[in-house]
Design a binder for this molecule. Structure first.
Ligand code: ACM
Ligand code: ZN
Length: 474
């Protein structure tokens, strides 16, 4: 494998044809991008600065490196490397970002030896994603992650072709955004350990957008809500002992949550999907609550799981009425949701098979393959609920693991999750690397192009060339 060819790209592109020609790096003096792709300029300038290349921004198509706009599907990009220069094209900002990133990898690989004659091999590259949704989740509730950490996280995601950021903003341990509806959670002393202001949210969302990343905000209900219920115990079953679950029998709970979600949608005006949680609520409080019992009887339901399902369906109808798509964590209790609700499968590999007949679109996040808080090996700290998740284990992940013909039309993508019960912000990046590159190739590349051997070769070469440190922001 040549050190300076398009063969080193990671994740591996759909098609690479080497042409036998050569573009000298020393000839790279100017770059220009379509006016819709100005979001990539800062990363390109950072790249040229890092590699000590004097490449100036130009305004015309005759620059040595160009990214023009053409009719390509979302995320797809093409590139021709020839003695005349490097001509890339994309249909949207995500594709443009990935083309710029491919150039970065080729330049790092080409300049590895410091040879003044270094060059990029001539090539035709065509690339497009396997999945339309390639997502990464970050839990900023258990441990708060500062604005700068989230921005760095997003930059790394975009360099790994990840185009959605699932932002777990609240949980029992913390309510991490300033809310007018839940104003008591912004009081001094509550937010002192970390909370995003409204300005922070839009700054981070705009930053993500410029990297080709769409934000999916989550407020997790009806469980995981101890922090909110401590300050608003009237929405729990037992205000003396509010616990983690909202009372799902009180009509005022639904009224309050609709206000919470209306505000969330106002804070994230460009988020097409809103995550409403739905995982791990205990029924214990509901079983003992006369209001929940009455609600269950009035609705003619058999058990509290059915009442929870009615509750979540009503909330999902509210999200749909506002023109957004609701996402809910899959449950093990067999309840279903209207087909316009997306389900995030995390419990086990058979979950998609159970959901597929109902027509819901699925995000594949099965914990044993995609939970990055799990230890990469047992020398790391770990908890009893975790599995070992090695880099190889991530690389082997395939959302079509069983009966692909039954699930491939409904699985729209995959998401890796970084929960932070045990991860303060100084450990976030140690949990990402090196496994994120394996995830990137799973989410992006066509399965027939994947090879553990080739992946390792490409990664080792890029590591030796300093590219991995560049991704880490070192
Ligand atoms: C989850 O891991 N509780 C979705
Ligand atoms: Zn109740």
């Amino acid at each position: 494998m040549a050190a300076n060819s398009a063969d080193i790209l990671l994740p591996i592109p759909a098609k690479v044809s080497l042409s036998g020609t050569f573009f000298p790096v020393a000839s790279l003096r100017s770059f220009a991008v379509d006016k819709e792709f100005t979001g990539v300029i800062a990363e390109l300038q950072n790249l040229f600065h890092t590699l000590a290349l004097d490449v100036k921004k130009a305004d015309d198509d005759h620059a040595d490196f160009t990214i023009t706009k053409t009719a390509l599907p979302a995320g797809a990009w093409k590139m021709t490397v020839s003695p005349e220069g490097v001509k890339a094209s994309a249909g949207d900002i995500t594709g443009a970002t990935y083309a710029a990133n491919a150039l970065a990898q080729m330049l790092f690989a080409a300049t590895i030896t410091g040879d003044p004659q270094a060059g990029l091999d001539g090539a035709e590259i065509e690339d497009h994603p396997r999945f339309t949704l390639r997502s990464f989740h970050l839990d900023c509730a258990r441990h708060f992650q500062s604005k700068d950490v989230v921005k760095k996280f997003l930059r790394i995601l975009s360099l790994c072709r990840i185009n959605y950021f699932h932002w777990h903003l609240v949980d029992s341990q913390g309510w991490r955004y300033q809310s007018r509806v839940a104003g008591k959670l912004s009081a001094t002393g509550v937010s002192s350990y970390g909370q995003y202001s409204r300005e922070d949210l839009s700054e981070i969302t705009n930053f993500a957008h410029d990297l080709g990343i769409t934000v999916i905000p989550e407020v997790d209900v009806p469980g995981h809500s101890a922090m909110l219920l401590k300050h608003y115990p009237q929405f729990s079953c037992d205000p003396q002992n509010p616990g983690e679950e909202f009372c799902i029998g009180k009509p005022e709970t639904m009224t309050f949550l609709k206000e919470i979600f209306a505000e969330l949608m106002e804070l994230f005006p460009d988020s097409p999907c809103i995550h409403i949680g739905g995982d791990e609520a205990l029924t214990t409080h509901w079983e003992k609550c006369p209001v929940c019992q009455q609600a269950m009887a009035d609705k003619g339901l058999k058990n509290m799981r059915d009442l929870e399902n009615k509750f979540m369906v009503e909330l999902s109808r509210f999200i749909v009425s506002q023109g957004r798509t609701p996402i809910i964590w899959g449950t093990s209790s067999g309840q279903t949701y209207p087909p316009d609700t997306m389900i995030q499968c995390w419990l086990d590999i058979r979950e998609p098979l159970k959901i597929a007949p109902h027509g819901n679109k699925i995000i594949y996040s099965v914990h044993s393959s995609l939970y990055f808080d799990y230890p990469a090996n047992l020398d790391e700290p770990w908890e009893s609920w975790m599995f070992e998740l090695s880099e190889k284990g991530v690389y082997m992940t395939d959302p079509y693991i069983i009966w692909p013909e039954k699930v491939k039309d409904v699985i729209i993508g995959t998401e890796a999750c970084l929960w932070t019960e045990t991860i303060p912000q100084h450990r976030i990046f140690a949990k990402l690397f090196p496994r994120i590159f394996a995830y990137s190739e799973c989410a992006w590349s066509l399965p027939e192009r994947k090879s553990w051997h080739s992946f390792n070769q490409r990664k080792s070469l890029l590591e030796a060339a300093g590219y991995i440190d560049y991704v880490k922001g070192l």
